[in-house]
Ligand binder design. Structure first.
Ligand SMILES: [Zn+2]
Length: 263
């Protein structure tokens, strides 16, 4: 009997796949009726096969879905791009027809590039969406300011624009880096971003003033007095303290959960 079981077990995979000869099939079936041991082995074999089939089908469905959405977003991106091209063409034609040359055409073009960087780039790019979007936004914004500057020919325009724009872009890239690079939990990252945002709201005016060489005065906090003179400082302080506290709580919870997971 024991020997028999070994032979049957060797044959079971063939039997499960339905590729053994009729005589072996008959032998196996006769044996299975008497031997619960081998019957169990067969059941396990079949279960494994079903699991493997489900797994392959699942992967197939996921792949199909991903392909479907990629296609959809590419189409959406193309349609939006086409819509964006219309005003560009209209401006080009009007500019040339009125004999204006191409002066404000570039402002319209670059302004649309800024919008496109935020709408079309995330739709069309597959990998590193965040990096591509923020890079496209920074680049197109710089181009837009350049074309406005060349158009208005105002002295000091570039300097002023640079001073006002720099903190915003430093903040955006810092936010991006905080989300992208640290190897900590999402909650802790959200906490860092909240703290950064609190600092940004609190200090942005003074940072711009500092870059412009103006006098800096830090906002004052009078939580008991709310009037026209105190509201600006009070709102800034409240937002700053609220975001700071919330951020710290998020960071702490994030690190506690991470520590627990590692144990
Ligand atoms: Zn057996």
């Amino acid at each position: 009997m024991m020997n028999n079981c070994d032979i049957i077990k060797d044959l079971l995979p063939l039997y499960a796949d339905d590729v053994c000869s009729p005589s072996s099939r008959e032998m196996i079936e006769t044996h299975l009726r008497e031997c619960t041991d081998c019957a169990k082995v067969l059941k396990r074999l079949k279960d494994c096969e079903i699991e493997a089939t489900i797994e392959t089908e699942k992967e197939e469905v996921i792949r199909h879905q991903a392909k479907f959405f990629r296609k959809k977003s590419t189409i959406a991106g193309l349609i939006i791009s086409a819509i964006f091209v219309i005003p560009v063409l209209v401006c080009l034609i009007v500019n040339l027809a009125t004999g204006h040359g191409l002066d404000w055409f570039f402002i319209v073009l670059t302004a649309l590039l800024v919008a496109a960087s935020l709408i079309i780039v995330p739709l069309m790019v597959e990998k590193k969406k965040g990096l591509w979007t923020i890079s496209a936004f920074t680049g197109s914004y710089a181009l837009m300011m350049l074309s406005i500057g060349l158009y208005v020919k105002e002295p000091g325009f570039f300097e002023t624009t640079f001073i006002i724009s720099l903190p915003l872009f430093v903040y955006l890239w810092a936010l991006f880096s905080l989300i992208r690079f640290p190897k900590c939990r999402g909650l802790a990252k959200a906490g860092f971003c909240l703290i950064l945002t609190g600092i940004y709201i609190f200090a942005i005016v003074n940072i711009i003033a500092f870059l412009a060489g103006a006098v800096i005065s830090w906002p004052e906090f009078h939580p008991m007095i709310w009037n026209y003179n105190t509201i600006d400082g009070n709102v800034k302080w409240t937002a700053f303290l609220f975001l700071l506290l919330l951020g710290i709580v998020f960071v702490i919870i994030g690190f506690i959960k991470k520590g627990r997971k590692e144990k």
